[in-house]
Ligand binder design. Sequence first.
Ligand SMILES: Cc1ncc(COP(=O)(O)O)c(C=O)c1O
Length: 397
Amino acid sequence: MEQKRPIYLDHHATTPVDSRVLEAMLPYFTEKFGNPASKTHLYGNEAFAAVEESRAVLAKAINAKAQEIVYTSGATEAINLAIKGVASASKDRGRHFITLATEHKAMLDCFEWLTRNGFETTILPVDSEGMLDTAKLRAAIRPETILVSVMAANNEIGVLQPLEEIGSICREAGAYFMTDATQALGKIPVDVQKLKIDLLAASAHKIYGPKGIGTLYVRRSNPRVGINPIIDGGGHERGLRSGTLATQNIVGFAKAVEIAGKELKTEQERIGRLRDRLEATLLSGIPQAKVNGHPTKRLAANLNIALPGVESEALMIALKDTIAVSSGSACTTASVLPSHVLSAIGCSSEIVYSSLRISLGRFTREDDVQVAAEAIIQHVQRIRAFQELPAYSAIGK
Ligand SMILES: Cc1ncc(COP(=O)(O)O)c(C=O)c1O
């Protein structure tokens, strides 16, 4: 008999491909398999048309122009292109870059690359709820600041930063404003004109699209962003990102963005209600449980919760047949390092090691949340009761 699969509550890590997205992609694996760069026959032309129609869909979703959309393999590559590409193009104008302590590792590692390559960087702190104090940003910007990068939504605590205010500050100071919108696109409205965003990274697999495709939006006017490629080759994507385009993934990305845009309001409201119910049940059933991050300015799907006295790694092992959750960012859990995000908001190491990241999604149902809440409460009580046994306490001494 096939084993029942655990309930998936790790949508910040990745999402399943929506069947409507898969259906749109399928013809591009088989009969419409042409190379979009082959302009001399039907196969190439139909692939090219699909790539360009998809580009228009992505551009419209963020209120950009189609020529401003560069396809990449995902958000990590988009972030690398943005930071390294802008650094290389602007180094004679200035060498200072700013970001936040709670950014994704892809961003923080690019900032380390900047430092190694002779650029100056400022990593701004956040407050105990994960928010940037914009006065600190104003104070950090200098005449030689080239770019400020602040993520739209955090992948661990879901916190939403004040993008519009940050955009205005950067525009006034003449610095490019970049945002990592990987967790935000399709979950909150993102308008690059209104928010004065000059560069934006996103990825399809966080919004029910395929893995292996993402985008970098690069503003082409007012201001025109100076950027050099980091991958050389056939000059695809206006010379900014060489390599044969993955037509089927691009079509899937556009379909995913289209669906997310159409369903954004109802979907986010429904998910938010489920998250609130899960949060309330856990807070009332587990003494000392505490939500990490801002209580309201966060993604509807996100619940990052500290369960003091219970190691999250042990809890996840106990829960693994019932629910799939995570203890921090999936990209760093392999190394079991404490979450840099929870550390940055001032959590003690006890809180850091006892926190669970639960993220709901499009296919999460009411009874999934009920089962998850009951299982978490039951295992937390069991682990706490075990730890209170005299024999166990003695082991720790
Ligand atoms: C906020 C954020 N930025 C960047 C990434 C990297 O995205 P990708 O998996 O598309 O490279 C992720 C994925 O974990 C993320 O959550």
